[in-house]
Ligand binder design. Sequence first.
Ligand SMILES: NC(=O)c1ccc[n+]([C@@H]2O[C@H](COP(=O)([O-])OP(=O)(O)OC[C@H]3O[C@@H](n4cnc5c(N)ncnc54)[C@H](O)[C@@H]3O)[C@@H](O)[C@H]2O)c1
Length: 325
Amino acid sequence: MKLGFLGVGWIGRDRMRSIVASGAGDAALVADASPAVAEEVAAETGATVVTPEELLGAGLDGVVIATPSALHAEQSIAALQAGSAVFCQKPLGRDAAETAAVVAAARAADLLLGVDYSYRHLAATEALRTALPEVGSIYAADLVFHNAYGPDKPWFRDPALSGGGCVIDLGTHLVDLALHLLAGTGAPVGVEHVTARLFAGGQPLGDRTDVVEDFATARIDLIDGAVLTLACSWNLHAGQEAVISASFYGTAGAVSLTNVGGSFYDFRAARHDGTSSTVLVEPPDGWGGRAAVQWAQRLAAGERFDPGAEELVTTARVLDRVYGR
Ligand SMILES: NC(=O)c1ccc[n+]([C@@H]2O[C@H](COP(=O)([O-])OP(=O)(O)OC[C@H]3O[C@@H](n4cnc5c(N)ncnc54)[C@H](O)[C@@H]3O)[C@@H](O)[C@H]2O)c1
C-alpha cells in the first residue's frame, strides 16, 4: 500500500514508524507545513516530500493525518474526497458537526476511516473489555486524565489551532473509552444529561474564547441510569507527571485501569471485589502505534467504510455538551 503522512511532528513521525515497521504499508509521500521537518522524516523511509495540498489530492491508498487538531476535519474530508482512506489523530473534529461531516465523507466514498483513540488499544483496556461482563450491571464510572506537564507546543493553547483545551485533548480519550467499552457490553450508551465546569488558570472559563480550558470536571448521565464522572487537566499540581484512570463500578465487582508511577505509558488493569483487588495486567506494553497499525492492516485487507465510525460522532456530541454548546 502507498500511504501519505501529513503532519510529521511528534505523533505523526511516531505513527509513521509504527506502520512502516509493521510492514502493512509504505510511506510514499510526506508533507508538513515545515519543509525541513518533512525532509528529515522522509529521509528515514525514502518517501517523496510534497506540499500538503499535493498529498491530500494524491488519491493514495491511505493518508495518515497528525497536524494541529483544528485542521483535522478539513484535511480528512479533502483526502477522502480524493479517494484516500484516512487515519487521523484525535480529535477528528472541533465539534460534532465537523466530526459528522468527516464520517459522512467516509461513508459517501466508502473508505475506511480510523481515529487514533490509542487508549482503546492498551493491553489493560483489553483486560477490562474481557472482565467488564463479569462484574454485573455497570452503574458508575470515574474517568481521570491529568497531564501535569501540559502540552509542550504553543498551538495547543491557541483556540484557532487546537479547537479547545484539555477536554478536546484528553477528555475525548476518556469519553471515547468509556462509551466504547460500555457499548461493547451491550449496554445502551445514550446520553441523557451533561453538566460541566471548565476553568482556565484557576478561573471559571465562562464565555471566554481567547483562551482554552486547562481544567474540567463533568458529569455525564446515561439513559440507562449509569453515571460517568470526568476530570481532566493540563498543568495541575498533581504531584506526578500524569494521573490517568478509568474505573467501572458494577453490581458484582469493579474493574479499573490506572497509570503506574505517574507514567504516561505504563498501565495496570485490576478487578476489585469489596476491599480486595486482583491485578489483571501489568506493564510493560508497547501500545503507542497499535491503533495506527490496526487501521493499516484493515486497509491492506481491503476493508471499506466501517459504520462503527458513528461512535466518533457520539463522543463529539458529548464533548459539545461538556463545552455547553
Ligand atoms: N492519539 C494520541 O494519543 C495523541 C497523542 C499526542 C498527540 N495527538 C494528536 O496529534 C496531533 C499532533 O500532535 P503533535 O504533538 O504531534 O504536534 P506537533 O506540533 O509535534 O506536530 C504537528 C505537525 O503538523 C505540522 N503542520 C502544521 N500545520 C500543518 C498543515 N497545514 N499541513 C501539514 N502539516 C502541518 C507542524 O509543522 C508539525 O510538524 C494533535 O491533534 C494531537 O491532539 C494524539
